[in-house]
Each structure stands twice: as C-alpha cells, then as structure tokens.
Design a protein around this ligand. Sequence first.
Ligand code: V47
Length: 373
Amino acid sequence: MPLPFPLAPELRPISGKVLAGERLDAADGLTLFTTADLAGLSALANLVKERITGNRAFYINNQHINYSNICVDDCKFCAFGKKPAQDGAYEFALEEVFARADQAARRGARELHIVGGLHPTLPYSYYTDMLRGLKDRHPQIHLKCFTAVEIDFLASLYGRDIRDTLEDLRAAGLDSMPGGGSEMFSERVRQILCPNKITPARWLEIHRIAHGLGIRSTCTMLFGHVERPEERVDHILRLRALQDDTRGFTAFIPLAFHPENTGLAHLQGPGGRDMLRTVAAGRLLFDNIEHVKVYWIMFTLPLAQIGLRCGADDLDGTVIEERIYHMAGAATPQGVDESDLRRVILETGRTPVRRDSLYHEIPDPPVVAPLAV
Ligand code: V47
C-alpha cells in the first residue's frame, strides 16, 4: 500500500523495511541521521509510534530531586557538578530530601527521580536511609534513583560489587533506575566530553545486572555536541543490543546538549531540526523499546509538542525542580502542573494519558458527588 506522504528516495528502502516490520541496520541509521527529508522521516516515525501506542501521549506526575551537586568527576558538558569547597556546592540533609518528597506527595506525585553527583564522602547509609525513609513515608511513590555512574561510584567507594549494591538499594526501596550517564558511547567523543567517566561497557553491564534483578531502567543519548552521525547510530545500536537480551529498558530519551556554563560553551548545541530528527531516528531504530520520550525540559514545550508528532509518545513529567539542565542555562520552567501537560498534549491532537513509572495508566480519581444536605 502506498504511503500517504511523499518520501525522499533514500528513505524509500527504509520505509519498505519499516512497513514489513524489519529491523533497521547501521547503514539505515546513518541515512536517518543525514537525510534532508525531515518531513518524510518524521511521518515514518509517527507511523511507527501510532502502531505502538495509537493516539496516546503519556506524562507522569513526578518530581526530580538532585540531592547534591558535589562531584569528583569533571565532565566537560556538565554545568551542575561542583567540587566540595567550590561556591554553590550543596548537599541535602535527608530531612531536606524528605521535605521535598512530602511536597511531591501533596501534589499527588507518583515518582521521585533522584540523582546527584559523585559525592566522595556521603556514607553508604545516606543512600539506603534515603530510600527507606521515602518508602516508609510514601509507599505509593515509585523511586527512580541513581544513574549507573552513581551506582558504580558507590559500589567502588564502599568495596561492594554491583549486584550487592543494587540488592541493598532495592531492599531499601529502589524501584527503577534512570538512564543518565551513558552520554555518547564513542571513545573519541568520551575523550573530549568525559574521559574519566565509567566505560560504556561498564554502564551497559550495570543496566544488564539491574535488569537481571528485575530493576527496570531507561536509556538516554546526549547529543548535539561533537559527535558524528555514525557515533549516534553506534550508541543507539549498542543500547538496542542490550535490550534484545534483557527487555529491561522502558523508554529511550534523547538528551539535547545545552552548552551554557559548561566547558563546551563555545559549541552551539543542537537546533530544533536536529532534535526532532533524533527523536524520529530513535523511534525507528529502537524496534524493541516501547516508548520514546521528548523530555520537555530540554526540548521546550512547543518543540516537545512537535516531537509528539515525530515519533515520541511521552513528555516525561511535571518535574518541579530541575537543576542539571537549568545550571546549563535552560530557559524552560523548572516544572509545570499536570493541567499544563494535559493541555500541551491536547493541543497536538493526542489523548493525554497519566502514567506511572512503568507506563501503566493511572485513571482520574472518581468524582465523588457532594452529600446532599
Ligand atoms: O547524564 C548533563 C545530561 C543527564 C547536560 O531516565 C546534560 O527518564 C544537556 O539522564 N546539557 C541527566 N544534557 C538527565 C537524565 C534524564 C532526564 C530525564 C529523564 C530521564 C529518565 C533521565 O543529563 C546526564 C547528562 O547526559 N546532561 N549536563 C547539559 N549541559
């Protein structure tokens, strides 16, 4: 059946594969990241999105908590991390974390997304007590905490292996892991961006172990800095290969690089076209991940709306207190209300679906009629 939209010649063999449900390979990926036909690419990705999730667009009532920005690493792309004695360095006492969680619970949040820097002296018990304290106070809230980079750091600081560390954290209340810290797997790029960060093999191994323990996670790709199209493809295909083995990733999240206040402030960051292209290419290449998120904090709400028509099916959430991206000069608000997200989704013609962290729908609470007096 002919497609209801025109396609540039280089996309036609790819659309043939997509319609036949065949997997795209690295050469196809390179075409997706280089074609000038953004409209055709987006329409193809939208077709796949609608095949998987129909007209629905997801969002979550969540809150981010960045418990500390103190970090022993020195990633060039990061404006968030500070050395312990540096101006602006902070760490939350557990009571401050709990106060934020109480505020989130009052707003009806269903997820806390908690990440920080690589803090050299916080005790192991800080992390386990944090999780235990949060679960005791708010058992209904899903705890999505600590990137693979933090898990690796914690494990090596306290001489424990990854499996034991993850089991301890899970016993304390950890439900799932966010996908940060993978950045871009290319060794060439890592030498420029983050030479001291854990290796791609280590990042993947930690997610593999987590998935084996039943801890789901997401995966990300930081793009729009010094990487080449083939390095984006390589990054995505390595994540896809892990997903073939474990099926543990719930969503792919392309993270648009924001250069302000970073060691790479001379770069531009990606333009809107490139951001939409990356969403669409991600949707088409990840034939084994159900959801693609346009993280509106990084994309802005108007561009995220278009993203929902280019392959993405999820906006992330209310967020409330984002710091990592705002330290890098993001001009978006630090958070929004659920009603804003619903409106933004409705404007795109999609049906808003409130979800939990694992993409189960959370229906509206029943409307209780007032008692007649
Ligand atoms: O790992 C840091 C990126 C990530 C900058 O799992 C930057 O659902 C752009 O991973 N410009 C943390 N990006 C955020 C993250 C995330 C966000 C939303 C949802 C999920 C999820 C995960 O942010 C870091 C790094 O890749 N980052 N600095 C910057 N200047």
